[in-house]
Write a protein that binds this ligand. Structure first.
Ligand SMILES: [Zn+2]
Length: 173
C-alpha cells in the first residue's frame, strides 16, 4: 500500500472522463488499496481514481472513514440505475481544499458496479451516501462539484480557483 498525492483542481486528469476498467487484475487491486489508504489519510469519505492521477472508473467510499469496515464501498465501473428526489447540502472535495459548495443532488440513488472479485454489486444511497456516490461518479466523468453550481457561483469560485492553481498555494488552506 502507498499513499498517493491527490491532484488538485486544474489538473487535466480531473477534467476529462476516465476510462472503464476492462480487466480486474492485480494492478486494480493495488490501485484500490492505495486509494483507500489515501482517502483515510486525507481524511475523506470518498475518492475517485482520477484524484490520484489514474484515469480509470474506480471509486471508493467510506462514510465512517475507516472506523467501520462494513461501510467501505469499492466500485469499479459504477453506473446509476435510478435516481430520485432532490437535496442540496454543502460539499467539499479533497481536490479543492478550502472550498465548498452546495450542488443539487438526487435525494436517493441506486448505483451498480463491480467489486474487486468482479461480482456485480448494487447499493442504494440516501442523504450523505447519495451525495457521495454522485460526487465520486462525477469525478470519473470529469466533473467536480464546482461544475454543478449555479452559473454565478460557479464563475465566482472558478476565478478564485484559477488564482489558487496559478499560485500553486493549495497547501496553505
Ligand atoms: Zn471530490
Amino acid at each position: 500500500m502507498a499513499l498517493r498525492p491527490i491532484v488538485r483542481w486544474g489538473d487535466p486528469v480531473l477534467h476529462a472522463p476516465s476510462a472503464p476498467v476492462t480487466e480486474i487484475d492485480g494492478s486494480i487491486a493495488a490501485l484500490v488499496e492505495d486509494m483507500i489508504e489515501t482517502m483515510y489519510a486525507a481524511p475523506g469519505i470518498g475518492l475517485a481514481a482520477p484524484q490520484i492521477a489514474v484515469p480509470l472508473r474506480v471509486i471508493v467510499i467510506d462514510l465512517s472513514v475507516g472506523k467501520d469496515s462494513k461501510q467501505l464501498i469499492t466500485l469499479i465501473n459504477p453506473a446509476f440505475v435510478e435516481s430520485s428526489g432532490e437535496q442540496r447540502e454543502e460539499e467539499g472535495c479533497l481536490s479543492i481544499p478550502g472550498f465548498g459548495g452546495s450542488p443539487v443532488r438526487p435525494a436517493r440513488v441506486v448505483v451498480k458496479g463491480l467489486d474487486l472479485q468482479g461480482r456485480e454489486r448494487t447499493y442504494t444511497g440516501t442523504e450523505l451516501l447519495a451525495r457521495a456516490f454522485c460526487h465520486e461518479i462525477d469525478h470519473i466523468d470529469g466533473l467536480l462539484f464546482v461544475d454543478r453550481l449555479t452559473p454565478l457561483k460557479r464563475d465566482l469560485l472558478k476565478r478564485k480557483l484559477r488564482k489558487k492553481a496559478r499560485a500553486g498555494d493549495w497547501e496553505e488552506e
